[in-house]
Write a protein that binds this ligand. Sequence first.
Ligand code: FES
Length: 164
Amino acid sequence: MSDIAQWSPQVVQNVIALLKHKPGALLPILHGIQDSVGYVPPDSVPMIADALHQTRAEIHGVITFYHHFRMTPPGSNVVEVCRAEACQARGARALEAHVKDKLAIDYHMTTLDREFSLEPVYCLGNCACGPTIRVGDEIIGRVTPAKFDALVDELTTQVLEVRS
Ligand code: FES
């Protein structure tokens, strides 16, 4: 999350200017915006539509079709749980259920305190050490429910320390 910029029209315009001439520019632009500011702000939709000569409804339709894109800011920590086969063979399903229960949210949701967002992911290249999750940029293997709980406590404590 440290590389995430504050949303501003200029940030979005920079991404659009960089990518709008690529073939099939819409998806790269949406990825670029979300990578830059953490989400696709609703106010960026008319800017994208104008640049690509498409309607706002078309842009909105693509954003909502792909679960990957979010239109609200993510939580402070984005937790991604690997749902691919190798991790499933190592207990990812049970871990996934625990993670949802612990955070009290489903995939594509953010906790009420905005500390955690939860997303599925399909292989993080850490198959031999599954079940695997990624929190921000950190890939963590052999995650048990207890290990996940400790991680949540640690991240929550860090947030409290920063705020106090
Ligand atoms: S299957 Fe989970 S990291 Fe590859």
